[in-house]
Design a protein around this ligand. Structure first.
Ligand SMILES: Cc1ncc(C[n+]2csc(CCOP(=O)(O)OP(=O)(O)O)c2C)c(N)n1
Length: 632
């Protein structure tokens, strides 16, 4: 009987054998990679793709089950099984593995159809799966989410966060599988870091089932049983690293080393598979790779969300209250929309002002506790499932605390909107650990993330409304203090009802011709006060508000160069923020101006914000002096 005619268990057996040969061949061809865990987990993956609801010809089918592979290093196994189930030709994966411009990267990438989440940093997959399982619940979908993890990976603290979240929300549509081969890079998991994996899951409210991870019948029947449970299930799958080749079995060195060609010959003999190494080697150099995916088409968020009517503020208030009011209003006016809005919180909703949304929409508000790492990834993964997802936290905990998770969301082309409050030294008396002075500089190193700093409550309202139908990852950062409503010099609202936000556009606050002042964030009110006082004294600097400090228009740079002198003011470390961007952009454009950078130049002491602003020369009096001296 030919391979194509096989069905049931014999088909699965033949497929695993062919996949093992592919795993070994591609890693030997590349001279690197992770064959050991690929061989231990291949039978599990094989069973999974045999049972889940998916369509290799329509990989982005709306109601598909999703498989997150948290151990991104077992990419050879993932590529082999996806190829053998029809996603792409196996030969492409074997010859393209770890080759420049191919989609068969070292660790799995979401750009490859069939891969739901890019992984590689261990300990992230369960959080992503939690976010996807929550998304399925919100959408009333019966789709299931599976996550395959390593046993060494269970050591990561974020695993515990994700377990708790899955349990709290009773994610009975979530099934985790641990490839329990008892080895990791440095040897036995018990020597590296002893841990009782089963008990950890049970203690956190999961149901645990145990199987032989190489027994197809057992795996299939356990997956079936898992479907019927009322709580999240973890299947502890006992496996053998390097399974199928005697000299590889239970050898931790094969976690991350490829076979030599002569060892491959012997291994393929043992598997009873033909050796096509030389043939593939010749193809490796010339394989034309599939063109890059139209990322927008598959990953972008398509929404029918409406921005509604702006709320106009006439009285001084804090930007975070304007954010809270806007998101609640957007929730209300979009109740009939197809695209749900969801909000995550980490035990700070009263301070970050999402409590109004929480009360109005408890089923789409996720109280995630003090688990920022898990929250950032879960919210990011949810945002990749057609849900406009917001996460609001203090600047410190939503930026520096979770830099890697933001990076992972960026790499995954997620659509997360992170709203940071209490950014900068405008956090009050909480001191250094709470003073987020690097939120712009962290976003600077995330190529796809855009950061926006609203100026006042009206601006905040318009920006949140502008964002409501935007795809992509954004950070909106604001301080804690109350901000006066900004006015033009004709005493009109600076951000009136009909103002429309444009990313990257500088807002002219005061006309002038004696140097230029750029301000972003909370110091704007003091800066306007200072510039207005200077105008009374006959000194006229041109003042702009910069809401997108990482995107400065060429026309603005030309204006600055023409005026010759510029002051930048920001509640941020003076390295890496607005001042740095300006210096860099001027140099890139071959333009020149003498620049004074005003901002935070060291970890700040603990004091009320107005005193700290004075300490760093950002109060109105200090600014009158520094701007006045600089621009004359
Ligand atoms: C956060 C993080 N730390 C370290 C690594 C490096 N690393 C890659 S694989 C691995 C061991 C993983 O062990 P396990 O989960 O048991 O996978 P297996 O060895 O079974 O393939 C380590 C430490 C990583 N990828 N991510």
């Amino acid at each position: 009987m030919s391979k194509q005619e096989l069905t049931g268990i014999p088909m699965l057996e033949a497929r695993s054998k062919e996949a093992r040969a592919a795993i070994l061949t591609m890693t030997t061809l590349a001279g690197c990679g992770h064959p050991g865990g690929s061989m231990s987990s291949i039978d599990i993956l094989n069973c999974l793709y045999h049972t889940i609801r998916h369509d290799p010809k329509n990989p982005y089918m709306e109601n598909r089950d999703r498989v997150v592979v948290s151990i991104g290093h077992i990419s050879p196994a993932v590529y082999s099984i996806l190829a053998l189930t029809g996603y792409f030709p196996l030969e492409d994966a074997i010859t393209g593995y770890r080759v420049l411009h191919s989609r068969y990267e070292g660790h799995i990438e979401r750009e490859l159809p069939g891969v739901e989440w890019t992984t590689g940093n261990l300990g992230q997959g369960l959080s992503a799966a939690v976010g996807m399982a929550l998304a399925a619940k919100i959408k009333n979908s019966d789709a299931r989410v599976y996550v395959l993890m390593g046993d060494g990976e269970q050591q990561k603290g974020q695993q515990a966060e994700a377990r708790l979240m899955a349990s709290k929300y009773q994610l009975n549509n979530l099934c985790a599988i641990v490839d329990y081969n008892r080895l990791q890079i440095s040897g036995s998991i018990n020597d590296v870091m002893p841990q009782n994996i089963r008990k950890s899951y049970e203690a956190d409210g999961w149901m645990v089932m145990e199987v032989n991870g190489h027994d197809f019948r057992q795996i299939l029947s356990t997956l079936e049983q898992a479907r019927k449970q009322e709580k999240p299930v973890m299947i502890l799958a006992r496996t053998v690293m390097g399974k199928g080749v005697d000299f590889m079995e239970n050898q931790h060195k094969y976690h991350g080393s490829a076979l030599k060609p002569e060892q491959l010959e012997e291994a393929l003999k043992q598997l009873g598979e033909p050796n096509r190494f030389e043939e593939y080697k010749a193809l490796r150099a010339v394989t034309p790779f599939a063109p890059a995916l139209a990322l927008d088409e598959h990953f972008s968020l398509k929404t029918d969300l409406q921005a509604g009517q702006p709320i106009v503020y006439e009285e001084k208030t804090d930007n975070r209250s304007a954010w809270g009011a806007a998101i609640k209003d957007l929730g209300e006016i979009n109740q009939a929309a197809q695209t749900p809005i969801a909000v995550f919180d980490c035990d700070l909703s009263g301070s970050v002002k999402t409590d109004g949304f929480a009360k109005a929409f408890p089923e789409r508000f996720f109280q995630a506790g003090i688990m920022e790492h898990n929250t950032c990834v879960a919210a990011g993964a949810m945002s990749s499932c057609g849900i406009q997802t917001f996460w609001s936290d203090f600047g410190m905990f939503g930026a520096a605390e979770v830099y890697n998770m933001q990076r992972l969301n960026d790499i995954n082309h997620a659509n997360l909107k992170v709203v940071l409050t209490h950014a900068g030294i405008d956090v009050g008396e909480d001191g250094k650990t709470h003073q987020s002075i690097d939120y712009i500089s962290l976003c600077r190193t995330l190529p796809g993330v855009r950061i926006i700093l609203p100026a006042d409550p009206n601006h905040t309202d318009r920006i949140i409304r502008w964002l409501i139908d935007k795809p992509g990852n954004y950070v909106v950062a604001m301080g804690r203090s109350k901000i006066p409503i900004l006015k033009t010099d004709a005493n009109q609202l600076m951000y009136p009802m009909d103002y429309s936000f444009e990313y990257g556009k500088a807002d002219l606050l005061r006309e002038g011709n004696q140097g230029c002042v750029l301000v972003c964030g909370t110091p704007v009110a003091n800066t306007i006060k200072a510039v207005d006082t200077l105008r009374e004294q006959g000194i006229f600097p041109k003042l702009y508000y910069i809401s997108s400090p990482l995107s400065l228009e060429r026309t603005l740079l030309e204006e600055i160069a023409k005026l010759g002198k510029v002051v930048t003011i920001e509640d941020h470390f003076i390295r890496g923020g607005l001042g740095t961007t300006l210096a860099e952009r001027l140099a890139e454009e071959g333009l020149c101006a003498r620049q004074l950078k005003i901002g935070v130049d060291k970890y700040a002491p603990s004091a009320p914000s107005d005193q700290l602003y004075q300490y760093f020369g950002m109060d109105a009096q200090s600014l009158i002096k520094s701007i006045g001296e600089w621009v004359q």
